[in-house]
Design a protein around this ligand. Structure first.
Ligand code: NAD
Ligand code: TYD
Length: 361
C-alpha cells in the first residue's frame, strides 16, 4: 500500500471483482476516496480483467480467497488494518440458486457468518478513534422482501422479510446475521437493500447483458413466462454512490433501501434494448424484436419488486442520477465498445451454463 495519502481510509472490499463490487472499487480508486484490499474468490462471476484499468495502482490489492476462510481474512485484517469492510461477495443469480442452492448457503450464509466472526475479533481489538470509526457494510437485495402485487406499496425498510427463492432466502439469512451482530455484540454494521442493477461489466447471465449480447449475435431473446414481471432498475454507479454515502453517513445498525424509482416489465426492457441496438448497430433486414422468444417461466418467479427509497433520500440526501433511457443506452454502448471483455467472459464455463438453463426451456 502506498503511504503517501495517510488520511485516506482503507477498505476491505469482498467480491470486488464481480459486477457491482468492481464498479465500486473502480469508483473509489478513480476518486481516490479509499485504498482497497479486494478479497474475491474469483468464481465464474469474478473477473480480474474488469479491474485492468487500475494497472499497477499501489492502493489496490486483489487477493484471491474466500470470505469463509477465517485464517486468510484474519491475516488480511491484521496486515492492512482496514477502516471498513464492504461485503459484496455472494452467489447472486436466482436461476443458479434454483439449480444449486447449496453454494448459496455456503457463501451467502456460512461465508458471511465467518466474515462477521473474524471481523468481530479484529474490531474488538481496535481502540480509540480507529474503533469508533470502523464500519461493516453488508450489501443486500430487495428480493428479501418477497413479491408484490401490482397495487401493493413499494418495499420499505420495515416491510417484513418474505424471501421466495433460495438466493433471496440466503441473502435474508445473511441480513439477519448482520443485524444480530449489531444487537448482540454492538458491532458497527450497516445494511443496504438494493433493487436490480445494470451497467458496465455485468456478467451476461442476468437479463440486460444477456439480451444485449444475444440480440447482437442474432440469437433468440428468452423472456420467462408472460414477460409481465416487474423489476425496479438502477444504474450501477448510482448504487455505488449510495453505498459510499451510507458508509460515511449511515446510522449504525440501520438498513437503507436503494432503488431506481424505475419500474419496468421485462418485456418493456427487452423491447427497449432491441430499439437501441437497431439504432446504434443496425443489421440489414433484421428487426431485433423478431428475436423475442417466450420460454418456460422461472420456478417461483417473483411477480414484482419495487423499492421505496424515501429514507435514504430524506436522511442522507441520495437520489438516483441516471434515468433508465440514458443508463440503458450507455450500457448498450459499453457492451458494443468492449468485445474483448465480452469474449473473455463467454468462455466454456459460460456455454455450459447456457446449455443447462436454456436447453430444455
Ligand atoms: P456478482 O455475482 O457479479 O459478483 C459476486 C462476486 O463475489 C464475484 O466476483 C465472485 O467471485 C465473488 N465471490 C463469490 N463467492 C465468494 C466467496 N465465497 N468469497 C469471496 N468472493 C466471492 O454479483 P453482483 O451483481 O456484483 O452483486 C454483488 C452484491 O450485491 C451481492 O451481495 C448481491 O446479492 C448484491 N445485489 C446485487 C444486485 C444486482 O442487481 N446485481 C442487486 C442488489 C444487491
Ligand atoms: P435477473 O437479471 O436474473 O435478475 P433477478 O432475478 O434477480 O430479478 O432477471 C431479471 C428479470 O428478467 C426476472 O424477472 C427474470 C427475467 N429473465 C428473463 O425473462 N429471461 C432471462 O433469460 C433472464 C436471465 C431473466
Amino acid at each position: 500500500m502506498n503511504e503517501t495519502h495517510p488520511s485516506i481510509p482503507v477498505y476491505l472490499v469482498t467480491g470486488g471483482a464481480g459486477f457491482i463490487g468492481a464498479n465500486f472499487v473502480l469508483r473509489m480508486r478513480q476518486s481516490n476516496q479509499a485504498k482497497i484490499i479486494n478479497l474475491d474468490k474469483l468464481t465464474y462471476a469474478g473477473n480480474p480483467q474488469t479491474l485492468a484499468s487500475l494497472g499497477d495502482d499501489p492502493d489496490h490489492q486483489l487477493v484471491r480467497g474466500d470470505i469463509g476462510n477465517s485464517e486468510l481474512v484474519a491475516h488480511l485484517l491484521d496486515k492492512y488494518q482496514p477502516d471498513a469492510i464492504v461485503n459484496f461477495a455472494a452467489e447472486s443469480h436466482v436461476d443458479r440458486s434454483i439449480l444449486n442452492p447449496g453454494e448459496f448457503i455456503q457463501t451467502n450464509v456460512v461465508g458471511t457468518l465467518n466474515l462477521l466472526q473474524t471481523t468481530r475479533a479484529y474490531w474488538e481489538r481496535l481502540t480509540g478513534d480507529k474503533k469508533e470509526r470502523f464500519r461493516f457494510l453488508h450489501v443486500s437485495t430487495d428480493e428479501v422482501y418477497g413479491s408484490l402485487s401490482p397495487t401493493d406499496p413499494a418495499f420499505r425498510e420495515d416491510t417484513p422479510y418474505a424471501p421466495n427463492s433460495p438466493y433471496a432466502a440466503s441473502k435474508a439469512s445473511s441480513d439477519h446475521l448482520v443485524r444480530a451482530y449489531f444487537h448482540t455484540y454492538g458491532m458497527p454494521v450497516l445494511t443496504t437493500n438494493c433493487s436490480n442493477n445494470y451497467g458496465p461489466y455485468q456478467f451476461p447471465e442476468k437479463l440486460i447483458p444477456l439480451i444485449i449480447l444475444n440480440a447482437l449475435q442474432g440469437k433468440p431473446l428468452p423472456v420467462y413466462g408472460d414477460g409481465q414481471n416487474v423489476r425496479d432498475w438502477l444504474y450501477v454507479t448510482d448504487h455505488c454512490d449510495a453505498i459510499a454515502l451510507v458508509l460515511n453517513k449511515g446510522k449504525l445498525g440501520e438498513t437503507y433501501n436503494i432503488g431506481g424509482i424505475n419500474e419496468k416489465t421485462n418485456i418493456t426492457v427487452v423491447q427497449t434494448i432491441c430499439e437501441i441496438l437497431d439504432k446504434l448497430s443496425p443489421k440489414e433486414g433484421l428487426d431485433r424484436k423478431s428475436l423475442i422468444t417466450y420460454v418456460t417461466d422461472r420456478l417461483g418467479h417473483d411477480r414484482r419488486y419495487a423499492i421505496d427509497c424515501n429514507k435514504i433520500d430524506r436522511e442522507l440526501g441520495w437520489k438516483p442520477k441516471e434515468s433508465f433511457e440514458t443508463g440503458l443506452e450507455q450500457t448498450v454502448k459499453w457492451y458494443l465498445a468492449n468485445p474483448e471483455w465480452v469474449e473473455a467472459v463467454q468462455s466454456g464455463a459460460y456455454q455450459t451454463w447456457i446449455n443447462q438453463n436454456y436447453g430444455d426451456r
